[in-house]
Design a protein around this ligand. Structure first.
Ligand code: HPA
Ligand code: MG
Length: 173
């Protein structure tokens, strides 16, 4: 069962407006194309809401799937790429779109991986940040909400692959 609503649908949509506007402003100043890279599966709702609010013509999207979390609520500390992007990253400004920055292990690895493939820049946009979970030194460049040390679900975030479809963020009872 899901518990009380921590972040409402309205709060998330308002945050998407705000961050989408900021990204538009920041990346409009740059010459290179923008590539949004969503991390499956958790980023799907956030990616869908965010991308609609970025007003940049020279923009493409792609997705990656990595494993760092297993079926439990604990991180394993290893990163494996299950699905790579198909777009060329060379010379592009890559913005990784993630549901949550928790341990930071996956994001830290992906930043290096995409930089090595010739990206002009690699930044991170996450709806949520859980600083208490951090196991490596990584920071979000665009962050929606900071959450405490509590396991949350909804809006992409799962527990055993469930609850991703909720339009809000909730805790588990
Ligand atoms: N909930 C669901 N998935 C997660 C969380 C969480 O709190 N942190 C990292 N992945
Ligand atoms: Mg995730």
């Amino acid at each position: 069962m899901t518990g009380k609503v921590l972040i409402s649908q309205e709060q998330i949509q308002a945050k998407a407006d705000e961050i989408g506007k900021q990204i538009t402003e920041d990346y409009s100043k740059l010459d290179e194309p923008l590539l949004l890279v969503g991390i499956l599966r958790g980023s799907v709702p956030w990616m869908a809401d965010l991308m609609k609010r970025i007003d940049i013509e020279d923009m493409t999207i792609d997705f990656m799937a990595c494993s760092s979390y297993g079926a439990s609520t604990k991180t394993s500390g290893t990163v494996k790429i299950m699905k790579d992007i198909e777009e060329d990253v060379m010379g592009k400004n890559v913005l990784i779109v993630e549901d949550i920055i928790d341990s930071g292990i996956t994001l830290n690895y992906l930043k290096g991986y995409l930089k090595n493939r010739g990206a002009a820049s690699v930044k991170i946009c996450a709806l949520l940040d859980k600083p208490t979970g951090r196991q490596t030194d990584v920071q979000g460049d665009y962050v929606g909400f900071t959450v405490g040390d509590v396991f949350i679900v909804g809006y992409g975030l799962d527990y055993n692959q469930k609850y991703r479809q909720l339009p809000y963020i909730s805790c588990l009872d």
